[in-house]
Design a binder for this molecule. Structure first.
Ligand code: 5RP
Length: 221
């Protein structure tokens, strides 16, 4: 199986977590795209979806799935999304696709976060994948200085503007030993809208696609 087949297998397994007649939270990225395709097969069973990006909104609508604004729904039973890295505590780095802020909002109102990933995403400790920050444009210089003070190296993602009209700074060189503390620290930088650590609200379950099948992993205590 290649990586795309693994992503598709994880996405297919997530359908078991979707409840009938509910609105489903849908993430962003290539794994989430496979999930959208699987969701389209059962679209008669669900009310619709809330999308974490305009890209996912368009893909959902193109497959005949109604997309609701979050405020029209309030809370969600389940949110399904990919990750750039995930550890055994279900802490994640997300935002490789630049949708981290809306992803964090949808995760915050969801009772269950199902992370779908291929086995390359499972790591012992987070930080090899650069940590994305969504940054208000006028704060770019200030944010990069603060990132350096914390010990990281901020690199502006060239030619990229988020759905919210902001920039992405990818932070390289971090060793993230205490993900909730690091998430809190980056949130304190003025001008940072969100950072891509999902540790304060981790996933509840990870469906990890391996060559031996899809494993269901819950947080190690
Ligand atoms: C987008 C994300 C994605 O979930 C993350 O980048 C994983 O993407 P992919 O499924 O393409 O590997 O956080 O902002």
């Amino acid at each position: 199986m290649d990586q795309d087949e693994l992503k598709r297998a994880a996405a297919r397994a997530a359908i078991e977590h979707v409840l009938d007649r509910e609105v489903v939270g849908v993430g962003t990225g290539s794994t989430a795209n496979f999930f959208i395709d699987e969701l389209a097969r059962i679209r008669e069973r669900i009310r619709g979806a809330v999308a974490s990006s305009e890209r996912s909104r368009r893909r959902l609508e193109a497959r005949g799935i109604e997309v609701f604004d979050l405020d029209a729904v309030g809370e969600l039973s389940v949110y399904v999304d990919g990750a750039d890295e995930i550890n055994r505590a279900m802490h994640m780095i997300k935002g490789g696709g630049g949708a981290l802020t809306r992803e964090k909002i949808v995760a915050a109102v969801s009772h269950k976060f199902v992370c779908i990933a291929d086995e390359s995403k499972m790591v012992g400790s987070l930080g090899r994948f650069p940590l994305p920050l969504e940054v208000i444009p006028m704060a770019l210089g200030h944010v990069c200085k603060e990132v350096a003070r914390i010990g990281g190296r901020g690199v502006l993602r060239q030619g990229f503007v988020t759905d919210n009209g902001n920039l992405i700074v990818d932070v390289h060189g971090l060793e993230i030993l205490d993900p909730p503390a690091v998430e809190t620290r980056f949130n304190q930088i003025v001008g940072v809208v969100t950072n891509g650590l999902f540790a304060l609200r981790p996933a509840d379950v990870c469906l990890l696609a391996t060559m031996a099948g899809v494993q269901t992993i819950i947080a190690a205590t």
